[in-house]
Design a protein around this ligand. Structure first.
Ligand SMILES: C[C@H](O)[C@@H](O)[C@@H](O)C(=O)CO
Ligand SMILES: [Mn+2]
Length: 590
């Protein structure tokens, strides 16, 4: 099996190059600042496999171009895909700067006045702006004393936001999106655009026909032992719920049992197609064992597959979840209906948080009046402006039940922080139902749950706009729990065999956030992704690194952190400036 390296963050301590007093007096402080930043990042940030993020501090301070070149060679050897330059003092701007065009970069200039770190920061950022190499500038609000080795909170917040976004870029780069099948029911997001993946994400698109999944099922090309274990686990942990089909559309028990078997095999086959499996090599399937190096995938399903075979609901739901019969593990990002643009949005959310993502249709905006008319319930508090109904067959991770906890509140956690009890609670809050035969003639098992209320969450969507390119939209808000009776009335109007999340966007009174109706009305497609937490600001930093403008968000101005050159495209209207800056720079890998 091929081996792959993990991305690292490079720390560049830059220094005033004048020897004979100035440089020597600053060496210890500059190196100390670099190590403090490395320590901050490695103690707070983790890769998706749960390992702490490694930082590479260049072994010498960088006082001029020879040392800058040595740092670059060092970073290329170590797979440093993200760089953070730190300094407390004046340094020679264009001689010390990181000029690698693909590497997201930031500069922290110490806010002190004994030595002019902020003057260097401004000078080097001017260089970055002038040369078309955007860099994030970090300048603490309050002056620190020369000997102060601490990292102020506002600086730490920006360092971590930059690092999270930069690591997301580096984890995308070089990977594949695996399109299993083609376009589903005319959904534009599943018209997979290779050029977008290549130019904006540094990824490639791999395509396999859905018949490959059928072949693996037919010929038993999956780990047979694992399959047995998975079936036992499913019988113990996946509780069957009601069959919502009319009597003439109900499928026989024998057929339903076979659908379970196929569903589990589909999960094994899809995962192996994405990331490979050494067990397949032991069985003689050496090519299959390698997989497609996919960090995300999509399964067309509807209609050609689902008209004949069980749908992808179990496969998508379980792969997107943070655990299965093998215990807790990193969730795979698998989009239903092969909606590649939602898959990318899931990837953004996942790489920024290490958590499972909720893929959903944005089915309905329920106004307070409509809810009151149909249920008698009055929406109040977070829901006063109305609710968005997130629901879809299949791919919403079981983590979306909200049965994990942070500080006693419903949450979705990185897979390595989830406890046995929380895993069990997610499974128990979920029931599995025979899919609706009229929609899915080939059958399959759909998940049903109801997300707990009170979770801070962000919904997002990447759209492709002809003539403009990609554009991201997002809305921070909170999940809402309706009283049982009201929930049931609204749920029964839809497909009650699918998971439901009631989401209330945070209303700002401005633009698309005048009210919840306008959030729905301005959504760019049929799908969205819900991520745990308020991650809009992190998404905005990530989008800027990739030169993807964000056209609708409710993140407050103080939390927006983009490369400093964005300011030169206009400061009064940051949303408009973002479009101009992204257009000016063009796609990162294009
Ligand atoms: C069953 C239906 O075809 C649904 O899958 C459909 O409404 C969608 O999810 C569209 O995104
Ligand atoms: Mn859908």
């Amino acid at each position: 099996m091929p081996q792959h390296s993990t991305p690292k963050i490079g720390i560049r301590p830059t220094i005033d190059g004048r020897m004979g007093g100035v440089r020597e007096s600053l060496e210890a402080q500059t190196m100390g600042q670099a190590h403090a930043v490395a320590e901050l990042i490695s103690s707070k940030l983790f890769l998706t496999d749960g390992s702490p993020v490694e930082c590479v501090v260049h072994d010498t301070c960088i006082g001029g171009v020879a040392e800058a070149a040595a740092a670059e060679e060092h970073f290329l050897r170590e797979r440093v895909d993200v760089s953070l330059t730190v300094t407390p003092c004046w340094c020679y701007g264009s001689e010390t700067m990181d000029m690698n065009p693909l590497r997201p970069k930031a500069v922290w200039g110490f806010n002190g006045t004994e030595r002019p770190g902020a003057v260097y920061l401004a000078a080097v950022l001017a260089g970055h702006t002038q040369k078309g190499l955007p860099a994030f500038g970090i300048y603490g609000r309050d002056v620190q004393d020369a000997g102060d080795s601490s990292i102020p909170d506002d600086v730490a917040m920006k360092i971590l936001r930059f690092a999270r976004a930069g690591l997301a870029v580096s984890q995308l780069r070089g990977k594949s999106y695996l399109s299993i099948g083609g376009t589903s029911m005319g959904i534009a997001g599943s018209v997979v655009d290779s050029a977008f993946f290549e130019q904006y994400l540094g990824m490639r698109v791999e395509v396999v026909d859905m018949t490959e999944v059928a072949r693996r099922e037919r010929d038993g090309i999956f780990d047979q032992d694992e399959y047995q274990r998975a079936m036992t686990w499913v019988k113990e942990n996946c509780t069957e719920g009601f069959d919502a089909n009319s009597d003439d559309k109900k499928r026989s028990r024998d057929k339903l049992d076979k659908e379970w078997e196929t569903s589990v095999k589909m999960a094994l086959a899809t995962r192996d197609l994405m990331v490979g499996n050494p067990r397949l090599a032991e069985m003689g399937f050496h090519e299959e064992a390698q997989g497609h190096h996919a960090i995300a995938a999509g399964f067309q399903g509807q209609r050609q597959w689902t008209d004949t075979y069980p749908n992808g609901d179990f496969m998508e739901a379980i792969l997107n979840t943070s655990f299965d019969w093998n215990g807790r593990r990193c969730p795979y990002m698998v989009a239903t209906e092969n909606d590649a643009l939602n898959a990318v949005t899931m990837l953004f959310g996942h790489l920024l948080t290490n958590t499972a993502q909720i893929f959903a249709d944005l089915r309905t905006y329920w106004s307070p009046d409509a809810v009151q008319r149909t249920t008698g319930h009055k929406l109040e508090g977070d829901a006063a402006s109305g609710l968005l109904h997130l629901i879809n067959s299949g791919p919403a991770a079981l983590d979306g039940t909200g049965e994990q906890q942070v500080d006693g509140e419903p949450a979705i956690k990185p897979w390595w922080q989830i406890t046995d009890e929380e895993e069990q609670a997610c499974l128990q809050a979920t029931t599995w139902h025979p899919s609706i035969t009229e929609y899915f003639p080939g059958g399959g098992w759909s998940t049903r749950y109801r997300t707990k209320g009170g979770m801070p969450a962000t919904i997002a969507r990447l759209n492709l706009v002809q003539g403009l390119g990609p554009a991201l939209q997002l809305a921070e808000g909170v999940t809402v729990e309706l009283p049982d009776e009201a929930h049931d009335i609204l749920d029964q109007r839809t497909n009650p065999t699918w998971p439901t999340t009631w989401f209330a966007p945070r209303i700002t009174g401005k633009g698309a956030f005048r009210d919840a109706y306008n959030v729905m009305n301005n959504w760019g497609a049929n799908h969205c992704v819900m991520s745990y937490g308020h991650i809009g600001a992190d998404m905005i930093s990530l989008a800027a690194m990739l030169r993807i403008p964000v056209y609708m968000h409710n993140v407050s101005d103080e939390n927006i952190f983009r490369p400093s050159s964005w300011n030169a495209f206009g400061t009064a209207d940051p949303e408009g400036a973002d479009f101009r800056a992204c257009r000016n720079y063009g796609p990162l890998f294009g």
